[in-house]
Design a binder for this molecule. Structure first.
Ligand code: NAD
Length: 366
């Protein structure tokens, strides 16, 4: 029996609750196909602060290094909010993990089933068939990491602060490749978002993306859009996009906008792929729900497990090359939601079920 080796970092709040049923579902579908799970649990975030005094203990990093992928829950919560910013769970665990594993490509599907259009703040007539798009965000470059990044006192008593936005051609090309691969598996359309009318980095971005697609992927329809227009277009007609490709800060903002347009956070998953390959020759990646630890419902057993399960399906697809099994999981979730079995966040007048019942309904369709 082939074994899948991955690190499990449940984190805080609803993280452990949705992770538990996710592992059960992955275990079931994998064993049906002749695979077993070799998962090592490790503390992260607030749970790790409580256990080991720091949000990302060295032992957790080691477990991740020895694995082929990381399945991440979510971190943070009121208990740790009074800590200094640099020690807070999200900043002190997720960001260093992204940096350590050079997770440069964030892939976030914006998927809203037609049955759940009421979850979107958009008018139903704008999205009668739901939404189906993907945002590809560059994750390790741009203004969040560029140097110098500092605050300084000026001689005249004033104060100034600066961040530096910097991109290399090679960084742009490698994220364009992820967008191209994503588009080839979908509608073969990429919209690259920048601010080339103002920013020098964006001029280079547009130049490199244009040349890259013309040379390597002429079969993909490439368009460009300024970021301010993209923010409007996402709220006006999200389905005009197939694959949206953008840099770090624009992607941070636009992918959150896409998330809200697509309704409940409980349905949205993501993958962050690294530079390196794992022991199977596939991309190493970190897979996590788009939402946080949902302190308002943590411990009640009512969280929607779909985002975590869908993150697990993405892990099977990208880091283990098990596309068919990932498809089976996604299909089971779709059928469950369509049949009307729903947690509170997506119930909309239907009777809501708890995490356990939702997981059982998905299991029964596998
Ligand atoms: P949140 O995403 O945790 O919750 C926002 C709303 O969405 C809440 O009403 C919550 O109940 C709901 N929600 C989220 N996921 C859900 C699910 N699976 N099922 C049902 N409802 C769900 O955002 P927040 O309240 O701003 O943040 C709470 C904590 O999470 C904070 O400490 C924040 O720092 C942290 N956080 C962590 C991550 C991460 O680990 N990647 C991301 C975002 C926020």
């Amino acid at each position: 029996m082939k074994s899948l080796k991955f690190a499990v970092l449940p984190g805080d709040g609803i993280g452990p609750e949705v992770m538990e049923v996710t592992l059960e579902i992955l275990g079931k579908v994998l064993s049906d196909e002749g695979y077993s799970i070799d998962a090592t649990h490790a503390p992260v975030g607030g749970a790790a602060i409580d256990q080991a005094g720091e949000a990302l203990p060295e032992s957790t990093v080691k477990i991740c290094e020895d694995s082929d992928a990381i399945l991440f829950g979510s971190v943070g919560g009121p208990k740790w909010e009074s800590l200094p910013p640099a020690q807070q769970p999200e900043r002190a665990s997720l960001l260093p993990l992204r940096k350590h594993f050079q997770l440069f490509a964030n892939i976030r599907p914006g998927l809203l089933y037609p049955e759940l259009v009421a979850a979107s703040p958009l008018k139903t007539e704008r999205i009668p068939d739901g939404i189906d798009m993907v945002c590809i965000r560059e994750l390790t470059g741009g203004i969040y990491f560029g140097q110098p990044k500092e605050r300084r006192d000026l001689d005249d008593g004033d104060v100034e602060a600066l961040d530096t936005m910097v991109y290399k051609k090679s960084e742009i090309e490698r994220i364009a490749e992820v967008a191209a691969q994503t588009a080839l598996a979908r509608g073969k359309r990429v919209c690259s978002v920048d601010k080339a009318n103002v920013l020098t980095t964006s001029v280079l971005w547009r130049e490199v993306v244009t040349a890259f697609f013309a040379e390597k992927y002429p079969e993909i329809e490439l368009s460009h859009m300024y970021v301010d227009n993209a923010a409007m277009q996402l709220a006006r007609d999200p389905n005009q996009f197939d694959v949206l490709l953008t840099e770090n800060m624009f992607g941070d903002i636009l992918s959150d906008e896409m998330g809200i347009v697509c309704g409940s956070l409980g349905m949205l998953c993501s993958a962050s792929l690294g530079l390196g390959t794992n022991s199977l020759g596939n991309p190493f990646g970190l897979y996590e729900p788009a939402g946080g630890t949902a302190p308002d419902i943590a411990g009640l057993g009512v969280a929607n497990p779909c985002a975590q399960i869908l993150s697990g399906a993405m892990m099977l697809r990208f880091s283990f090359g098990l596309n068919d099994i990932a498809n089976r999981i996604e299909q089971a979730i779709k059928e469950t939601v369509q049949a009307g079995t729903r947690t509170g966040d997506i119930a909309f007048g239907l009777e809501s079920v708890n995490t356990r019942t939702m997981a059982d309904a998905i299991l029964s369709r596998l």
